[in-house]
Design a protein around this ligand. Structure first.
Ligand code: G6P
Length: 608
């Protein structure tokens, strides 16, 4: 997704901005650009392609500027090319704008500005912002930006420079995250703290419709409607070390291997053995209110939606509360039925996904209490929900989600335990779950140690073009997630199915060229899954089974087995997904794919 960084201070801006852009590369982008105030002028460079292409344009130019803005673009309006890359300028070339988000009324604004004589050079919605600010500009950049934004419908995170206002950046946010970083004699603006964390950990998150005026020594915040806002400075505890790869070849592998730690963090301080339950203070709901909950809706996108599916099995299986899982993109446009006893959870790693945010707002509009399960602290979803549970997985940089997914499931198991202990579950049963939860991080570690087996399986199959993933019960969503991981990063076509559905269609695909990954754990559907395996083998399909350690019989029935430790059925998805993450990872590496930034994908999808 698009990234923004701006700098105003005493250092040379260009190297600092380029370095900041590189920190945002993981978000996915298709073009990059920069604008600086140099001497008396405003200079910009931009191009389609990687940041290295932008660096080539900047090489040998030796800019001395100490004020500038920069951008990585992920195309929404207009194809990814040099002209559509940001920054965008007004007619005179005095004002430069970088923008994340979508201006919904840009067509009517473009017509209006066109009638006033403005000339446009790109197909973007962003360009109208530069012209609109030009229209209102009479020396005060803040006021002109406020006036322009009051005309705008849609989402934006923007940073604006003007040739006539040296040492100033104006930044604004509506629906697209923006953070001000404050240092000594220098200040920053960025769409993501990762871009500026090397320079400062003191930040202020802008809220919707807030505008900031930033110079080297000060910054002030007001709203689009010119109401002054008192900034609240927060200290970020994530270090750059946490963000960088720590010696792993890819962020994705680092994040897969971090899971014993991140899963421990997800339960840290949240288990009460004495009472056989979990402690989730962030829910912000009274015991009585939680007791009245008679229906739960879980809404999310992508991998987080798979976590929601696991959550459905967990909550219904333990707390006996009916659960519905819905894609956020569908929920927002339906007329969802919300009753007094309905509790809505939205699940989002980034906390910024546009569809999930819209689902949250729709649920609130309908009177629901909406809770969040988020990773990014202070994200929009985290702020707009009535309460919730952070998963504390730390920054996830690989575009394909791994550690956030397992932590989302871990938190959903805590929520299930909590709700179940208020209802049907006995103290003993609660303690049994807690005992099993404590063991999960070490069990994940054991699976990770078996990586060489998984790698050798990947070596056998990485040239295949199609894969099928099957699972049942708690592990049906893991079949979906395993298939998603593979297609996201290796571009191999893969589909996930509930095992028993195989006979209703996918079985037609099976021949000696079709590898089938089957999650075949020792659970109550084990025998039935073995029958599915026999059906695949009868058609010469290749079976890679994820099985429970100790199940030696399965080895004769399949081509490869990856064993995982035994746990309660409810927690098996947290373990069974680990080998599937590694399998996808190794196949992508063997196919020479860009594991951390798969083509066409973005880490945080802040547009519809
Ligand atoms: C994008 C990412 C997925 C992610 C989904 C939801 O599509 O590529 O990995 O699962 O968004 O993101 P969220 O931040 O809301 O969990």
């Amino acid at each position: 997704m698009c990234g923004i960084i701006g700098y105003v201070g005493r250092e040379k801006a260009v190297p600092l901005l380029v370095e900041g852009l590189k920190r945002l590369e993981y978000r996915g982008y298709d073009s990059a650009g920069i604008a600086v105030l140099e001497g008396e002028g405003l200079i910009f460079e931009k191009c389609a392609g990687k940041i290295s292409a932008l660096e080539s344009l900047l090489r040998n130019k030796n800019f001395d500027s100490t004020t500038g803005i920069a951008h990585t673009r992920w195309a929404t309006h207009g194809e990814p090319n040099d002209l559509n890359a940001h920054p965008h300028l007004d007619c005179q070339g005095n004002i430069a704008v970088v923008h994340n988000g979508i201006i919904e009324n840009y067509r009517s604004l473009r017509e209006l500005l066109g009638r006033k004589g403005h000339k446009f050079t790109s197909d973007t919605d962003t360009e109208i912002l530069a012209h609109l600010i030009e229209e209102y500009y009479d020396g005060d950049l803040l006021e002109a930006t406020q006036a322009a934004l009051s005309q705008v419908e849609g989402t934006y995170g923007i940073a604006v420079l003007c040739k006539n206002n040296p040492h100033q950046i104006v930044a604004a946010r509506n629906g697209s995250p923006l953070v001000i970083g404050t240092g000594k004699g220098e200040n920053f603006v960025a769409s993501d703290v990762a871009a500026i964390l090397r320079h400062t950990n003191r930040v202020v998150y802008l809220e919707d419709r807030e505008v900031a005026l930033i110079d080297p020594d000060n910054f002030s915040i007001s709203t689009v409607d010119k109401v002054e806002v008192t900034p609240e400075i927060q200290e970020i505890s994530w270090t750059l070390d946490q963000i960088e790869k720590e010696g792993y070849p890819h962020f994705m592998l680092k994040e897969i291997c971090e899971q014993p730690v991140t899963l421990r963090n997800a339960i840290r301080g949240r288990l009460n053995y004495e009472e056989g339950t979990s402690r989730l203070n962030g829910l912000n709901l009274q015991y009585e209110e939680l007791h009245l909950v008679d229906r739960i809706i879980l809404s999310a996108c992508g991998t987080a939606w798979h976590a929601a599916l696991v959550g459905e099995y967990m909550i219904e299986g333990t707390a006996m509360i009916p659960v519905e899982v819905e894609y956020a993109s569908e929920f927002r446009y339906r007329s969802p039925i919300i009753n007094e006893g309905t509790l809505v959870f939205v699940i989002s790693q980034s906390g910024e996904t546009a569809d999930t945010l819209a689902a949250l707002r729709e649920a609130k509009r309908k009177g629901a209490t909406v809770l969040g399960i988020c990773n990014v602290v202070g994200s929009t979803i985290a702020r707009e929900t009535d309460g919730g549970v952070y998963i504390h997985a730390g920054p996830e940089i690989g575009v394909a989600s791994t550690k956030a997914f397992t932590s989302q499931m871990m938190v959903l198991s805590l929520i299930s335990l909590f709700l179940a202990r208020m209802r049907t579950l006995s103290l003993e049963q609660g303690r049994e779950i807690i005992d099993a939860l404590y063991k999960i991080p070490d069990q994940v570690n054991e699976i990770l140690k078996n990586d060489s087996t998984i790698q050798s399986i990947a070596e056998k199959y990485y040239q295949k073009n199609n894969f099928l993933y099957l699972g049942r019960g708690f592990n049906f969503p893991i079949a979906l997630e395993g298939a998603l991981k593979l297609k996201e990063i290796s571009y191999i076509h893969a589909e996930g199915y509930p095992s028993a559905e195989m006979k209703h269609g996918p079985i037609a695909l099976i021949d000696e060229n079709m590898p089938v990954v089957v999650i075949a754990l020792k659970d109550k559907v084990h025998d039935k899954v073995l029958s599915n395996i026999a059906e695949i083998k009868a058609r010469k399909g290749k079976v890679i089974a994820v099985a429970t350690r100790g199940d030696s019989e399965i080895a004769d029935k399949v081509d490869h087995v990856i064993y995982i430790p035994q746990t309660l059925e409810l927690l098996t998805p947290i373990l069974s997904v680990i080998p599937l993450q590694l399998l996808a990872y190794h196949m992508a590496v063997l196919r020479d794919c860009n594991v951390d930034q798969p083509r066409n994908l973005a880490k945080s999808v802040t547009v519809e």
